[in-house]
Design a binder for this molecule. Structure first.
Ligand SMILES: C[S@@+](CC[C@H](N)C(=O)[O-])C[C@H]1O[C@@H](n2cnc3c(N)ncnc32)[C@H](O)[C@@H]1O
Length: 379
């Protein structure tokens, strides 16, 4: 019998969940106990048995649930390849330069970067690490780059974490990774902030506020928010930024993602930013689409930038994706693509794709960081 199906709270109604998720959540907390969102989303997206990113086929692209910039056109990867080469030059063209992509998804971007690097005359055999937590996507990405990228330009390898590489010199980057990492949710009450989550009841989840710690320390969250405001914090993304700082000996880290400053989130999105996508559409109730839809939140860049600073990373730039693409060389990427186009229709398509990359990604930011000058890496 479904003990929780008829339950509801002021946060919404209970939703039924599949048996594998019931088992996984029961392992993480006793039935009836509060589960914060980061625990829930970690299971839903990344559980190796049933998690959204653990199940084939890839959720990206026309057959999947959502598009990212690399899916729009290879010009995105071509512009990024130019940025990678600029970093290589900036570091004095070192022999141990590596490229590390965090969260490569289906490998589309890696394939396009590799192809563009060849065209731009990069040295052959650069290590290109595909770093993905999902074992199935690691395989998909690796297979795509091996099958579809020109051979010899990059030496592609897949691994589960940046920590496996040791200290590195080069460029670490991600596109739309930070928004896909587990997050925590808080709601402002008159007396302070409370943490939101769920409670497992039978084979259902009931949305609830944490009954154990009714108030979150107010110094951690904005005191001025109006009652009822919901704010998400990207706690796992903050940890990932610290991991990047721990391993990037020399070079740059570059994150492209959607988000906003905390004051703007509180002012313009008081109901929070948690969104689920399935079949290229926003799902009405993300809780009802657990494990069958992409789950994401806006990146709270104020918190992330503070975490990066505390971890010792120095910000080089934080600007709209559009500005970064122009700076990296999207125009050159477009010229190259247009000169290889075999028809007028293809030229028009390329023109429209470059417009989409420049103007279709509102709220997307390119954030570049570097370690403090630490002197040369030791072997
Ligand atoms: C929204 S997809 C983005 C895919 C791709 N970057 C793109 O733009 O098309 C997020 C990817 O990040 C991966 N991921 C999640 N957590 C990760 C982590 N801690 N380290 C590396 N990759 C992670 C997921 O498995 C998935 O491949």
């Amino acid at each position: 019998m479904d003990a929780g199906a008829s339950e509801a709270s002021d946060l919404g109604s209970a939703v039924a969940i599949p048996p594998w998720l019931v088992d996984q959540l029961a392992r993480r907390a006793e039935p009836g106990r509060f589960l914060p969102f980061d625990v829930l989303i970690d299971a839903v997206l990344y559980d190796p048995q049933g998690g959204y990113y653990a199940s084939a086929p890839s959720p990206l692209g026309p057959e999947g649930d959502f598009y990212t910039a690399p899916q729009v056109d290879p010009m995105f990867g071509s512009a990024l390849a130019r940025r990678i080469l600029a970093e290589f030059d900036r570091l004095g063209r070192p022999d141990d330069f590596v490229v590390a992509e965090l969260g490569p998804g289906d490998g589309t971007l890696a394939r396009d970067v590799a192809a563009a690097l060849e065209g731009l005359g990069a040295p052959s055999g650069w290590p290109y690490y595909l770093i993905d937590r999902s074992a199935s996507l690691r395989e998909v990405a690796l297979a795509r780059v091996r099958a579809e990228a020109p051979r010899g330009v990059v030496r592609v390898e897949a691994t589960s974490s940046l920590g496996n590489l040791g200290p590195i010199r080069g460029l670490v980057f991600s596109n739309e990774l930070l928004d896909a990492l587990p997050f925590r949710r808080f709601r402002r009450r008159s007396e302070g902030w409370e943490e939101l989550g769920v409670r497992l009841a039978g084979d259902s989840l009931v949305p609830v506020a944490d009954p154990r710690t009714p108030r979150v320390p107010t110094s951690a969250l904005p005191a001025s928010a109006e009652e009822g405001t919901i704010l998400e914090l990207n706690t796992v993304a903050e940890a990932l930024v610290r991991e990047v700082s721990d391993h990037l000996g020399d070079g740059s880290a570059l994150f492209v993602d959607f988000g906003a400053e905390e004051t703007e989130l509180v002012r313009t999105r008081p109901r929070g930013t948690w969104t689920a996508f399935a079949d290229h559409r926003v799902v009405d109730d993300p809780l009802a689409a657990l494990a069958t839809a992409d789950q994401s939140v806006f990146v709270n860049f104020s918190r992330l930038r503070a975490a990066a600073k505390q971890a010792g990373l120095v910000e080089r730039s934080f600007r709209p994706q559009r500005e970064a693409l122009v700076d990296w060389g999207l125009e050159g990427a477009k010229l190259d693509a247009t000169s290889n186009a075999e028809s007028e229709e293809e030229k028009v398509r390329l023109h429209l794709a470059s417009k989409q990359l420049l103007f279709g990604f509102e709220q997307f930011w390119a954030w570049e960081l570097h370690p403090p000058e630490r002197g040369p890496l030791r072997a």
